[in-house]
Design a protein around this ligand. Structure first.
Ligand code: NAP
Length: 535
């Protein structure tokens, strides 16, 4: 299999339909299971190649934005088919570059395919353009009312940065790319250097799909990079109209600050880190303490804890049952065999972030996997701190991207509430309790809701369902714009802007706004949702 991967990987950039390798800067990906570099070589995108990709995307936008939803859906569905055809080659390449299991590779591929199909399905019906029509009232006093018709239009070329921990579902053909292409925006992916071969295989699949479905050249490009320069140049390019990012708070914040220096501001949608607080109410522990300890041991260690929804913070009120829960969680945690991290760099960041937490005053490591592990394998651990010190120490809110949780033991309900008020923005929060707790701790739940994009009852935060009602985002620093979700069909809204036609001739309006409503879709007409045509 390795020899077939080597044969297929060119290491080149995809500038629209052409491949290119102008730069002398090269790099390799890393196999963390084998603890050595993979053989194939990648060429970093040069300034010329970056400019060419943006220029092609800008040209492609003019024709791509005019294609019907059905044509774009055909493109997305063909990308999904092409990805499936990559079969074992893709799965094995994914595993070689990430150290993640074959089972995880298959699950992530299914999710990627599902996302592509669900955006294809969404745009097959033009109702997603949210047409709204206010008809004219020429004899209105004191001034006549004009005819105004509004719909969503794509924003222009989008740059996508994927995260290291999701080589497929949040990367080259992941949710950001699928939603941007669905909206009518060309996409330039800044490929993640840790899984550049997986990225190349998927990029080639997208290009094949673009050619098969006769999409304009430049609708998609894939640029390699071994450092931050390619991404920096891309986000500063005046013809780039929006940026989607999945990654760390540090990276997201740096790009946000860079974008804010542009002459023309553009939207930047960053989905970043989170410690996903879990609040354990006393009532649940008596009967379900063991069950939750087992579930949380699994959730903390799944994929070596390399999930943005990892439960990094577990909070409760001191009691015999809470102590018993912590004890069982510790025992369950060390039963789980350690697993491989994505890359030695991620391992170093994990160690550094964990060290920052455990060196803080009054933080105690209470569990750590005791046995020796292979290189790049990570030992899971738990630490505790009192509510008082948690409140006083902002450093304790730092994300530790790996199998680690900090347990906060509060003296009473008031201290727990203060600790929650002190938490930064998060993707999720979880309440473990019963319905009576949700009523009794109403204020605390309300405070928790202010901080997050999704609140979970008696579950674990890991595992993000892809569906229309999902919110994957939240107040800063979990994302840069809490009004949008990066997962689910609503993610498409990040790449469109509202556009109005005033007194525009009916025959020249886009089909969705014409009087006849030949598409038979639901539209707001004079503030009423209807499929009626306008007389
Ligand atoms: P990362 O180090 O921030 O990298 C993400 C991408 O951003 C990479 O392509 C990286 O390029 C680029 N980048 C980073 N800093 C940059 C800068 N200053 N200027 C320009 N580009 C920059 O994150 P990661 O290691 O890939 O992913 C792990 C993190 O992602 C974790 O913190 C996790 O919580 C978060 N995550 C969030 C979500 C979510 O939806 N909220 C999902 C998954 C992961 P280079 O590598 O070339 O520098």
């Amino acid at each position: 299999m390795i020899s077939s991967i080597i044969k297929r990987i060119t290491g080149k950039n995809y500038i629209g339909n052409n491949t290119s390798s102008q730069s002398r800067i090269t790099f390799k990906t890393f196999n963390p299971q084998k603890n050595k570099e993979n053989e194939y070589v990648f060429y970093e995108a040069s300034n010329n190649e970056i400019n060419e990709a943006v220029s092609l995307a800008t040209k492609a936008f003019e024709s791509y934005k005019l294609l019907s939803g059905k044509r774009k859906a055909e493109f997305l569905n063909t990308i999904a088919e092409e990805i499936i055809l990559l079969d074992d080659l893709l799965l094995q390449t994914y595993c070689l570059e990430s150290g993640l299991s074959l089972d995880r590779a298959k699950k992530e591929r299914s999710r990627t395919i599902f996302q592509l199909h669900s955006f294809a399905n969404l745009i097959s019906n033009d109702a997603w353009l949210e047409p709204s029509i206010d008809t004219a009232i020429p004899d209105r006093k004191p001034v006549p009312k004009p005819d105004i018709r509004r719909m969503n239009v794509p924003i222009g070329p989008v740059v996508v940065f994927g995260a290291s921990n999701f080589p497929l579902a949040y990367s080259t053909a992941g949710g950001d790319t699928a939603s941007a292409l669905a909206s009518g925006c060309p996409v330039i992916v800044k490929s993640h250097p840790m899984h550049a071969a997986t990225g190349e295989l998927v990029a080639a699949a997208i290009i094949r799909a673009a050619q098969k479905t006769k999409m304009p050249n430049g609708v998609f490009s894939n640029l390699n990079s071994s450092g931050i320069e390619v991404g920096q140049q891309l986000v500063l390019h005046p013809d780039v109209k929006a940026v989607g990012f999945t990654g760390s708070i540090k990276g997201g914040r740096a790009i946000h600050d860079l974008i804010s220096k542009r002459t023309s501001p553009i939207p930047f949608f960053a989905e970043m880190g989170s410690i996903n607080p879990v609040v354990v109410f006393p009532s649940i522990l008596e009967k379900r303490g063991k069950e939750f300890a087992q579930k949380y041991a699994k959730s903390i260690t799944e994929a070596s804890g390399q999930f943005c929804t990892n439960p990094g913070l577990i909070m409760g009120i001191e009691s015999e049952n809470f102590s018993k829960f912590i004890d069982t969680l510790s025992k369950e945690l060390i039963k789980i065999p350690p697993s491989c991290m994505l890359h030695p760099k991620i391992m170093d960041s994990y160690k550094e972030a964990k060290a920052t937490i455990i060196k803080q005053h009054n933080v105690q490591v209470i569990t750590a996997y005791p046995n020796k592990v292979k290189p790049n394998y990570v030992k899971q651990s738990l630490a505790t701190v009192s509510g008082k010190y948690f409140i006083e120490t902002p450093e304790l809110q730092q994300e530790v991207f790996g199998p680690f949780s900090l347990i906060v033991k509060c003296k009473n309900k008031e201290e727990l509430e203060r600790a929650i008020c002190n938490i930064d923005g998060q993707l999720t929060a979880t309440a473990l309790g019963n319905i009576l707790d949700l009523n009794e701790f109403k204020n605390l739940i309300s405070q928790l809701s202010n901080k997050v994009g999704r609140i979970i009852f008696n579950g674990v935060p890991t595992g993000v369902e892809v569906c229309n009602s999902m919110v994957h985002g939240g107040p800063y620093p979990s994302s840069t714009d809490a009004r949008f979700s990066a997962v689910g069909e609503s993610a498409i809204k990040r790449w469109v802007r509202p556009f109005s036609y005033q007194n525009w001739p009916n025959e020249l309006l886009p089909e969705v706004l014409k009087n006849e409503n030949t598409l038979g879709i639901l539209r707001f007409v004079n503030n009423k949702l209807t499929t009626d045509k306008i007389q």
